[in-house]
Ligand binder design. Sequence first.
Ligand code: ZN
Length: 500
Amino acid sequence: MSKKEMLEELNRWEERVNAYQYVQGLINLDLNAKPPILGMDSAQKKISLLIGESFAIEYNPEIYNLLLELEKEDLNPLDARRVELYKKKLEKNLSLPKEEYVDYRNKLTASSQAWLKYKHNGDWKSYVPYFKDLLASFKKLQSYRNEEGSLYDRLLTEHQEGWNKKRYDDFFFALKKELLPLLKEIQKRPQIDNSFLHQSYPADVQRKYMQSLLDYIGYTSDWGKISESEHPLTSWLSANDIRFTTKYREKDISAAIFSTIHESGHAYYTHQVDEAYHDTIIATSMEAAAQESQSRLCENHLGHNYAFWEAQFPVLKDYFPNQLGDISLDEFYRAIHKVEASAIRIEADEITYPFHIMIRYEIEKMIFDGEVEIEQLDELWKEKYKEYLGMDIHNAAEGILQDMHWPYDYFGYFPTYALGSAFASQIYSCLEKEIDVEEALRNHQYPKVMNWLKQNVHGYGNMISMDEVIRRISGESFQVSYYISYLKEKYSKIYGLGAF
Ligand SMILES: [Zn+2]
């Protein structure tokens, strides 16, 4: 086959893969929207059949051979990167013996179901056998992949290009050294009163306000759709069809607001990838920390910006005059920055959040280095929460069983949450140099900021790694110091710590 023919075959295969993924995305959305329960048995059969077919199309050994052939050709940068990314993706599953793979899928299902069953009453002991089985099967399966380096290193790199244990160790060491004293200092200061955020905020009024907020950030129905579900999720169907869900909590006005701004950051990232990359793996395979950097940038650097609320607080007040009529912008701004150690990761503030991640990273390393008995993990969890956050964890439901990541074998994933926030800080420092962000936010010009991100970050998709994006826009490699200074400066002001 000529190079041209091989590329045409790759294109045809890619179109089929995309079509199946699109349908699966729609199915996921629908399953999340509470379809009639009695229809589920029949639906499940059809869905597993589709998933099986989709898997067979995607992980096709002939396509893998085609990629190996294409790799030898002189390709343009886009095709070269497509071949590189697809090859990496296919390699993950192709070399695995089928029986082992089936065994592993069964252990994974058993583990996730046991987790759902035991997490509510925090029954770690009953969940342990399932987790041990999953880990053993997962490790065995991974051993068939003849790649270099330790397994945990590989898992970390798989979720974020260029990141391994050594780099994460240095990263978390710096965070611990700089942020732990900051947290202890904040904990000595008088606490911020944010009780007015927890009055009654009727969901139907929140819904109406949310539309004003979406208008402000420019998330329009031409390319995005927001709906509601018990467990919020985002489905990237294509660059111009991005849907996410949110959940309104009556006793917490900030929950839906900040999760919406967070998700809109993910949505913008996918939406603004250069058109030349649409419907290719370049536009759909952005890595975990890269993705999280864009959602965190929107949620923290923009959504928690004073200027953002100079524009939005009067609007919010109009919707909730009884709840917020007497509250000043300064009081609101301080309230949304309250720092308080808590047991639950997804409810954590900006300062305590990295510690939740650090704890998971340290435990995960021990799991993969075989330095801890699985039975002891919940005790280890408690010790670490006491050490870092001063928290007593009484129950595994608010401890080790709170997240779905480990039961669903997302190993090496947690660290990307902290790294994403740190990427965001360095990107924001470049953004600030070129655009008067506060003026834009104050004057209802949020899309101006998004446009800068499109030109300098989003447009690349996964053509280059986030490390490389940062090098290009800042002229230097990734530095953790931007994240640390951002947190220190912002929270020293809010908590009156002087020059910390
Ligand atoms: Zn996110």
